[in-house]
Design a protein around this ligand. Structure first.
Ligand code: MGD
Ligand code: MGD
Ligand code: MO
Length: 677
């Protein structure tokens, strides 16, 4: 008889609760299982959801369950590295920091602070490691980065109509009877909304999805309206006309809480059902039925996403759509209204966050969508610091971004947790800690709880928080801005130093003890029931939105519209190196093509095809499907180049064209042609 193999020794584990740091409205409370290895060191072993958190409700999404794979990834940078003869080689922190500081001093003397640029986004949503660290750059007087890649068009649009961004509290959603998911793939990108939608449906609600292609959310919805990309303003104006024609608008609410309705209504007049149908590609019946649902089967809850903003006319689109519940007075009713973001409810005292007060009126501003241009040889940037983002993959026009990064006269410093394609281009690569290894405070743009994480796991190797790195550089440069050297406790105290009722009773001690603390909202949270946070105190229908078709019209040379939205298993580019997104594992990005277009352009299912835009070209595997409409192609997910057959990011095709409001990105608005091979 052979001896039975002895079972693997039981490793001690314990569970901790931590807020997910990733750029997602759900800002979940995660149950993280830590395991002590044979070396006596604790590591992250498993991630699920906190069953007691109001919106997380015990489940972690399809992406965050993979966090341990990136946390413990074999390629994770653990030591400072410096480029020597083209190769990244290990150096000590002393050497890296001393050299970076010396180079900065040289640049400051030679060219001044405006030759220095930070490039960051929301890889962590932590206020300390994400935002407060900008104190370093503001102390120097460096370029101010306008953080426009994602939410700025939507924010600018919302602010015109309503002022600060408030939304419907998720637990109120089951009170709605008509739900419209508009320009958002919420089942993938806001998945903790789904249980509330399901509950609403059980209560009798009907769910609509308005999106140019069929995805998970369309399949979940009762009705999917597959409109032409970039035509939302026309659809919203058509709905206004129809609602008013049937007197389904709320004259009392309009009179009391809004301003400019008459002009708005006149602007909608030309948008008859027939004209709206022609512009949007929808049928007259579909539009009429939607108007009737909004007008007669409320409360109506609109969940709008940033998707519709990612076109040249996208700010106006979001603005017009978000004004619909002000026409119907849905803001007065529980479950009615519209959510773009709940972030305005987090009324923290941000006056010293990131030392923003240091930004001078004449500071040089760089719009982050225009990074490619900012890195051009003649644009005057000599030092680039990248943290919390992966621009070699996610910024528009990545070919020019990458060649700018490779400029020999540019010092590029990258703070990273992963060996990204941006990190691989660094002159100095500095290993960063993750949310389990540093303390931070988190707000949310989907729910209404603050989250606090203590530093829980030991930092592996020589990984350090961003805040540590910038404080060390600050010392070396003799900077004396107090915020740059604040501890977590000092930052917490400053942020909570406010009389705002939403934060009443929330102290640093309570946050630390409870970890997740709901804002102190009124029992019935109806933020725009009586007006808005605009200068007039009213919801503003003026300036009147105008439907302007996208400028980059389709042509014989570029006959297709390319949309590049988030994919279900992705969190932007964060998981790009884990096995299931890896080409080595047989996974690669696909371009979804309608059968008619496949035939017209001679491409076949499962084969490679070339997509060409005015910016560049990429190779992708073709998936022929009626999920897309003719004339539109879709590539889901910002895959790392390493997963693509040609090593290129999809953003080799996208342009730095800006939106009409807020200087935002236009990722879903690229015209392309498709050819075999
Ligand atoms: N074609 C196309 N492109 C897009 C989009 C699209 O829809 N289509 N979406 C756009 C949008 S909306 C966004 S928000 C951007 C997002 O794009 P990114 O900002 O690149 O995405 P993330 O995955 O959020 O974060 C990137 C990096 O932050 C790092 N990171 C996380 N925490 C920390 C930390 O504490 N310290 C340091 N130093 N690093 C950290 C992670 O390791 C990760 O590599 O992409 C944009 N690009
Ligand atoms: N699974 C997953 N979740 C994520 C992310 C991820 O990468 N993966 N990223 C996170 C981030 S940073 C963000 S900003 C959010 C974004 O989450 P969403 O707001 O859902 O994503 P968007 O890119 O804004 O696109 C949403 C939808 O808009 C559609 N769309 C494109 N053009 C138009 C149009 O003209 N009109 C209309 N009505 N719809 C249009 C797209 O087809 C897409 O289905 O998701 C967050 N959550
Ligand atoms: Mo985003």
């Amino acid at each position: 008889m052979t001896a039975r193999p002895s079972p693997a020794p039981e490793r001690p584990t314990r569970d901790v609760l931590l807020t997910c740091p990733l750029d997602c409205p759900d800002a979940c409370r995660l149950k993280v299982t830590l395991e002590t290895g044979a070396d006596g060191v604790e590591r992250m072993a498993k991630v699920t959801g906190d069953p007691d958190h109001l919106t997380t409700r015990g489940f972690a999404c399809a992406k965050t369950v993979h966090y341990p794979a990136r946390q413990n990834h074999p390629d994770r940078p653990l030591y400072p590295m410096k480029r020597v003869n083209g190769e990244l080689v290990r150096v000590s922190w002393e050497v890296a920091l001393d050299e970076i500081a010396a180079n900065l001093k040289g640049i400051l003397e030679r060219s001044g602070p405006q030759a220095i640029l930070r490039y960051n986004y929301a890889g962590t949503m932590g206020l300390r490691e994400g935002t407060h660290v900008h104190s370093f750059f503001r102390s120097l007087g460096a370029c101010e980065l306008d953080e426009t890649i994602c939410a700025s068009a939507g924010t600018a649009a919302w602010e015109l109509g309503y002022g600060p961004r408030y939304g419907v509290d998720m637990p109120d959603v089951p009170h709605a009877r008509t739900i419209i998911l508009w320009g958002i793939n919420s089942l993938s990108t806001n998945s903790h909304l789904t249980p509330w939608l399901t509950q609403a449906r059980k209560n009798g609600a009907k769910i609509w999805h308005i999106d140019p292609y069929r995805n998970r959310t369309s399949r979940f919805a009762d009705t999917h309206l597959r409109l032409k990309p970039g035509t939302d303003t026309a659809l919203a104006l058509g709905l206004v006309r129809e609602i008013v024609a049937h007197s389904w608008h709320d004259a009392a609410y309009i009179a009391q809480a809004t301003q400019g309705f008459e002009a708005f209504q006149q602007a909608a007049e030309p948008y008859t059902l027939a004209r709206t149908a022609e512009l949007t590609g929808l049928s007259v019946e579909e539009i009429a039925e939607l108007a009737r649902a909004i007008g007669q089967s409320g409360p109506t809850y609109f969940r709008v996403g940033y998707g519709m903003t990612r076109h040249e006319n996208g700010g106006t689109a979001l603005r017009t759509v978000s004004l619909l519940p002000a026409v119907t007075g849905d803001w007065k009713r529980r479950g009615g209204g519209c959510t773009l973001s709940t972030s305005g409810a987090f009324a923290l005292n941000r006056s010293r966050l990131g030392a923003a007060y240091l930004v001078k009126p004449d500071a040089r501003h760089i719009n982050m969508n225009e990074l490619a241009g900012a890195l051009a040889p003649d644009a005057g940037i000599e030092a680039l610091f990248v943290y919390n983002t992966n621009p070699a993959v996610v910024a528009p026009d990545t070919t020019r971004v990458r060649s700018g990064m490779a400029r020999p006269d540019l010092m590029m410093v990258v703070l990273e947790q992963a060996m990204t394609e941006t990190a691989l281009l660094a002159d100095y690569l500095l290993p960063a800690t993750t949310f389990a290894e540093h303390a931070d405070l988190y707000t949310s743009y989907g729910h209404h709880s603050l989250g606090y994480n203590p530093a829980t796991l030991p930092a592996p190797g020589e990984a350090r928080p961003n805040s540590w790195v910038f404080a060390e550089l600050g010392k070396r440069l003799g900077l004396d801005t107090p915020e740059l050297y604040w501890s977590m406790d000092e930052l917490l105290a400053a942020l909570l130093d406010t009389e705002h009722p939403h934060l009443a009773g929330i102290t640093p001690e309570r946050l630390k003890a409870e970890g997740s603390v709901p804002l102190n909202l009124p029992d019935e949270f109806l933020p725009y029931a009586h007006g808005a946070g605009t200068p007039s105190g009213k919801v503003m229908f003026t300036p009147v939105p105008e439907y302007v078709p996208v400028q980059a019209q389709l042509t014989a040379e570029y006959p297709l519209r390319l949309i590049t939205p988030p994919a279900h298993h992705f969190m932007n580019s964060t998981y790009g190196n884990v096995a299931y997104l890896n080409r080595a594992e047989g996974n690669e990005p696909q371009v979804m093509v309608h059968p008619q277009d496949a035939e017209r352009y001679g491409v076949r299912d499962g084969e490679h095809a070339t997509l060409s835009s005015e910016q560049g070209q990429v190779t992708r595997r073709v998936k022929v499907t009626t999920d897309v409409q003719p004339g539109v192609v879709v590539v889901e997910g910002t895959w790392w180049g390493l997963s693509a057959p040609d090593g290129q990011s999809i953003n080799a095709l996208t342009a730095p064209t800006l939106t009409d409001l807020g200087g935002g990105s236009t990722f879903h608005n690229t015209r392309v042609r498709l050819s075999p091979g």
